[in-house]
Design a protein around this ligand. Structure first.
Ligand SMILES: [Zn+2]
Length: 287
């Protein structure tokens, strides 16, 4: 039961987790909170003049058994000026700067887990080299559920705007794609678990060590504002599926005092939760 924190590091036994920021961006508040009226969500997430709410991009770097693993890669840097304005992209901190701060370069990453392939999770997978997108992490295997890969490469009208080929096709071309199917231990103490909901094959990451558990549910539980059960993103393709998985996850996380990474939270990237009557609340924030 030895979890200690300091300078943004979470230790679970021999496993070390850093939370790095790939900056911020903003999305329509209505889309972020689904069926919840603005009158309610604007209390915790005040929108700007274009109805957008501020979002973080909190990327976990997991170090276990000599392997360095990133969970998602943020927005990356391949954005046009109009897109930067539309999504209010703020690159004052970046994932690569965060790695550099730890004395690491892109070649030090062994595994990239993509929880899914939407642009705010896979944007940093690739970078531009003379107008051509190439893998940002030259030695990494990029792990994504096979079903998510198939859906991303054959998008439909509802999903097309979220899947940008430049974020994932170059990974396959460079033979760095390592598709997984179902629940898989990708490194000692690090598992991917399909959860569906947001996309059919969205996966979360579970890290276990030293008797402690860390959950990285990304878009199943994007911010601490999404702790109430009906607060489910309008983007979700299968919102009732999200609800059922979220109900179980919150109950278990509160009972077991698991740490949770809130991938999109602009203020609280890492926290534990507890149950307070019918609600779940943050009991301890960190990093
Ligand atoms: Zn997202």
């Amino acid at each position: 039961m030895d979890v200690s924190r300091g300078s943004g590091v979470l230790e679970l036994g021999d496993i070390r987790v850093h939370i790095l920021s790939d900056g911020r961006f903003a999305l329509d508040g209505g889309a972020m909170f689904g069926v919840v009226p603005r009158m309610l969500w604007q209390r915790t997430d005040p929108p700007d003049e274009r109805n957008r709410v501020s979002l973080g991009l909190n990327v976990a770097l997991v170090e276990t058994a000599g392997q360095r693993i990133l969970v998602d890669t943020g927005m990356g840097d391949k954005w046009s000026e109009p897109d930067r304005a539309m999504y209010r992209i703020d690159r004052s901190t970046t994932l690569l700067d965060g790695l550099r701060g730890l004395g690491l370069g892109p070649e030090d990453i062994d595994i990239v887990i993509n929880t899914h392939l939407h642009f705010d999770h896979a944007g940093g997978n690739t970078r531009l080299q003379e107008d051509r997108a190439v893998p940002t992490f030259p030695k990494a295997r990029y792990m994504v559920q096979m079903g998510e890969w198939e859906d991303a490469t054959r998008p439909h009208e509802r999903s097309r705007a979220s899947y940008l080929e430049a974020n994932f096709v170059p990974i396959a071309e460079a033979k760095q794609l390592a598709p997984v199917q179902g629940e898989v231990e990708v490194a000692p103490g690090v598992r991917v678990v399909p959860v569906g909901g947001h996309t059919a094959y969205h996966q979360m990451v579970v890290v276990e060590g030293g008797g402690q558990r860390l959950l990285i549910p990304t878009d199943l539980l994007p911010t601490t504002s999404h702790l109430p059960l009906p607060y489910i993103m309008g983007y979700d393709l299968f919102p009732v599926g999200s609800l059922e998985v979220k109900r179980r996850l919150l109950k278990q996380a509160a009972e077991e005092k698991s740490w949770i990474v809130f991938y999109h939270d602009p203020r609280t990237p890492l926290a534990r939760i507890r149950q307070e009557r019918e609600r779940y609340v943050v009991s301890e924030g960190g990093a």
